[in-house]
Unconditional design. Structure first.
Length: 150
């Protein structure tokens, strides 16, 4: 964990054996050299040093295995981050094919985009791209098409 926190301004710590956003922790550096973190949703907690952060996270991390991911700057819809989920399924020939897509928007005080746990909502991808201004309007169709073909 030390190397990820040192290298990236924001990281996500995710349990490997849970789903629906359960147990996800967001950690980010503060301007004063400390750290803030939040588990799923709510008010951030503060750690003065990396050792303090590790001690506090040890109490929060109740699962056995975790992955640590670099945090990404997500586009926002009405001030809330969203991500795009593209669903694929195997057809009768065993080949992957596109099944659908949507944009999941985080809840107002949540770090996760899972609708059930995070208190957010889902919208169509074209709506999210247009309203967030993440893509210029005349490029939205081509971006959606590219997501389907990839």
């Amino acid at each position: 964990m030390d190397s990820y926190v040192a290298k990236y301004s924001t990281v996500y710590i995710k349990p490997t054996r849970t789903h629906m956003g359960k147990g996800i922790i967001r950690v980010w550096k503060t301007e004063d050299g400390g750290y803030q973190f939040v588990k799923e949703r709510g008010e951030p907690m503060y750690a003065i040093t990396l050792a303090d952060l590790k001690q506090q996270l040890a109490r929060l991390c109740t699962e056995k295995n975790y992955v640590i991911q670099k945090g990404l700057d997500l586009a926002e819809l009405d001030g809330r981050p969203f991500d795009i989920r593209v669903m694929m399924m195997r057809n009768g020939l065993g080949k992957w094919q596109y099944a659908g897509m949507l944009a999941k928007v985080a809840g107002s005080d949540s770090i996760i985009t899972n609708v059930a746990r995070g208190g957010g909502y889902a919208v169509t991808v074209p709506h999210a791209l247009k309203k967030s201004e993440a893509v210029v309007p005349d490029k939205i169709k081509s971006v959606v098409s590219a997501l389907i073909l990839q």
